[in-house]
Write a protein that binds this ligand. Sequence first.
Ligand code: ATP
Ligand code: BTN
Length: 323
Amino acid sequence: MLHAILALLADGQFHSGEKLGEQLGVSRAAIWKALQPLEQQGFPLHRVRGKGYRIPQGAVLLDRAVVQAALPGALAERWQWHLYQQVDSTNAQAQRLVAETGVRPLVVIAEQQTAGRGRRGRQWSSPFGQNLYMSFVEPVSGGAQGLEGLSLVVGLTLVQALESCGYQGCRLKWPNDVLLDGAKLAGVLLEISGDLTADAVVVIGVGVNVLMEADDEIDQRWTSLRRCGQKGVLDRNQLIAAFASRLAESLVLFSREGFSAFHARWQDYDAWLGAEVQVISGDNVRTGRNLGVTRQGALRLLSEGGEVDVNGGEVSLRLSHAS
Ligand code: ATP
Ligand code: BTN
């Protein structure tokens, strides 16, 4: 019923409760009853007295079957898919599933996260029904060392998937952010567990702002696919499928050739290539020119003492005020 109502609202226009009821053979009250929980959870539903209901174009609920059907045939069975209405963090849930059911490729997607996480204990704002929160579990053999550069590869893959969905101009901010119009659109959080020297598992967490219009808690400039005003895909199921199919390809190439196969492409998208930047690690701040990345994915910083290569991990990159 809910999916049928949302399908009728998918054109982005106002529809009165009465008309919707007629079309679906139910009462106006039944329509209201079906939509009310969504509204309470924060789904972007616009209700105006005398006009009815409206949702932004592309607003749909997540649906595993729809995502799987949109994947190329060979990939339909590649991952086991888990969908939750609400979860603390898709990364945390993916780790629990691995602990409970063993290591195998799986994906956790959720409508909402109550404790979405960014790097170093930061919070990732995750309202219901508006954005993408997804975690891909991949077994890793040969130890964590082989994962150098993977988070950069994931960001690049996301940018390419977004291009294929009609969004141009996304840029990468080393090591793990996707920017659009200079504002944060998406983030990548990799978490590794198991034996870091032998067989391990990596959880690839990706958050993308899709329909989100307002958020009072994010303390930096951010944007969403809807906010940016480009006419691309907003249907989250299609966006997940577009990303997952490219990620599968990237993972094959990465396991064969490592980051070096992505190096040139990554630099093409580097938001701050050539800019004066600050590398912040706790109280320690280094300044210099961003020369791009090494073939392993480390940041090349040209400072007064010469070039130093900085590894991702615990550092943050900021533009220097001078630039
Ligand atoms: P760096 O990784 O270089 O330190 P960062 O400040 O973006 O950069 P992260 O840990 O990568 O830090 O991301 C978490 C931060 O992202 C939060 O502190 C908040 O400022 C911002 N943020 C939280 N939720 C969202 C969201 N949904 N969209 C965009 N930005 C968000
Ligand atoms: C960052 O920029 O700091 C990374 C943000 C990563 C957010 C995603 S949302 C899905 C997955 N689950 C989480 O708790 N975090 C990642």
